[in-house]
Design a protein around this ligand. Structure first.
Ligand SMILES: CC(C)(COP(=O)(O)OP(=O)(O)OC[C@H]1O[C@@H](n2cnc3c(N)ncnc32)[C@H](O)[C@@H]1OP(=O)(O)O)[C@@H](O)C(=O)NCCC(=O)NCCS
Length: 282
C-alpha cells in the first residue's frame, strides 16, 4: 500500500478529529482547528484516507513545539510515525524543540534525538467543587485582559519559556473567555487564561513570577467554574500540581517533557510557566 505525506489543511480536520477520537484523546473539532490555525501539520495518506498526523508550532526564531503525532491503530508499526516526525522536524531546523511524549511515542522520539527533561502533570476533575478565589494583597490588582494587552502578555509569555506567541495571545484576548491579569504595585505580575477545551474548560497558559501569584490567578478563575469539567497541565517542577490535587483536580497523566536542543532557562526573578496552553502547543 503506498503512503504519501502532504501538508495538512482545513479539509483534513474531520479525519484528524476522528483519529483523536480513536485514541480517546479529548480534543473537539474546534480544538483541532485552533491548533492548525496557529501551526502547521503533515498528514499521511493511504488510498485517499488520512492515517496519521503530526503538527508543529514555530514560536519565533528559537523555540518550537511539536505534537498531535498519531497513527491510526491499524497502520501503526510500519514506519509512518517516523516519517511524519522527520517531515515536521525538517520544518523546524535551527529551533530548540519541546514535546510531551506518551509512553507509546517516547521510543520514537528518543531515536530521533529527543532527550527527557522532567514531566508534565495533567490535572483535571469532572465536576469542580465550589472554590473561593484567594483575596488580594493591598498592592495587588486583578483585571480582565483587553486586546491592547497583547504586546505586554506576549512579552511575559516569552520571558517564561522562550516561545514568542503573539498570534496565540491575541486570539486568547479576543475570545469570549477571560484572560486574567495580575498587577502588583506598578508592575504586571502574571496572567492566566480560561478556555473551552476538550470535555469542558482548561486554564492555561498560566504565567506568573511565583507560585503564590499563580495560585491567586487560578483560584480566581476556578471560583467561577463550580460543577464544571476543568483541566490544567502543569510542569511537575512548577509546584502547582500538589495544590491542584487538594482542590479535587486529580493527576490523571504525567507525560515526559522532551527536548531536541536546549531547554529554556527563565531569568531569576522573572516570569515562569505554571500552566501550559496545551501539551501540544505547550
Ligand atoms: C507513537 C506513534 C505515532 C508511532 O507511530 P508508528 O507509525 O507506529 O511508529 P513507527 O512504525 O514509525 O515506529 C517508529 C520507531 O519507533 C520505534 N518504537 C516504537 N515504539 C517504541 C517503544 N515503545 N520503544 C522503543 N522504540 C519504539 C519503532 O521500532 C520504530 O523504530 P525504527 O524506525 O528505528 O524501526 C503511534 O504508536 C501512535 O499513534 N500511538 C498512539 C498515539 C500517541 O501516543 N502518539 C504520541 C503522542 S506524544
Amino acid at each position: 500500500m503506498s503512503m504519501q505525506l502532504r501538508a495538512m489543511n482545513e479539509g483534513d480536520l474531520d479525519s484528524a478529529f476522528a483519529l483523536t477520537q480513536q485514541m480517546k484523546w479529548p480534543h473537539r473539532r474546534a480544538d483541532w482547528q485552533q491548533a492548525l490555525q496557529l501551526g502547521e501539520g503533515v498528514v499521511a495518506v493511504e488510498n485517499g484516507r488520512v492515517t496519521g498526523t503530526a503538527l508543529c508550532w514555530r514560536w519565533g526564531n528559537d523555540y518550537a513545539t511539536l505534537g498531535l503525532v498519531m497513527v491510526d491503530g491499524a497502520a501503526q508499526g510500519r514506519g509512518i510515525g517516523r516519517q511524519l516526525m522527520l517531515a515536521v522536524l525538517d520544518k523546524l531546523s535551527g529551533s530548540h524543540i519541546r514535546l510531551h511524549a506518551t509512553e507509546a511515542g517516547k521510543g520514537l522520539y528518543e531515536k530521533l534525538g529527543f532527550v527527557a527533561s522532567g514531566n508534565v502533570e495533567q490535572h483535571q476533575c469532572r465536576q469542580l467543587a465550589a472554590i473561593a478565589g484567594w483575596p488580594l494583597a493591598a498592592d495587588q490588582r486583578l483585571r480582565r485582559g483587553q486586546p491592547e494587552d497583547a504586546p505586554l502578555l506576549t512579552a511575559l509569555d516569552h520571558q517564561a519559556h522562550g516561545q514568542y506567541r503573539p498570534q496565540l495571545i491575541a486570539g486568547l484576548l479576543a475570545s469570549d473567555q477571560p484572560v486574567l491579569v495580575l498587577e502588583q504595585g506598578e508592575h504586571p505580575a502574571g496572567f492566566a487564561c480560561l478556555r473551552r477545551f476538550g470535555h469542558g474548560y482548561a486554564i492555561g497558559p498560566i504565567i506568573a513570577q511565583d507560585l503564590s501569584q499563580a495560585k491567586l490567578l487560578v483560584s480566581q478563575l476556578l471560583s467561577g467554574l463550580s460543577g464544571q469539567f476543568v483541566r490544567i497541565d502543569t510542569d511537575a517542577a512548577s509546584g502547582l500540581g500538589e495544590w491542584l490535587t487538594t482542590l479535587g483536580l486529580a493527576e490523571v497523566d504525567a507525560p515526559t517533557i522532551m527536548y531536541k536542543g536546549t531547554p529554556w532557562q527563565p531569568a531569576a526573578g522573572g516570569m515562569r510557566v505554571f500552566g501550559l496552553m496545551t501539551q501540544a502547543m505547550a
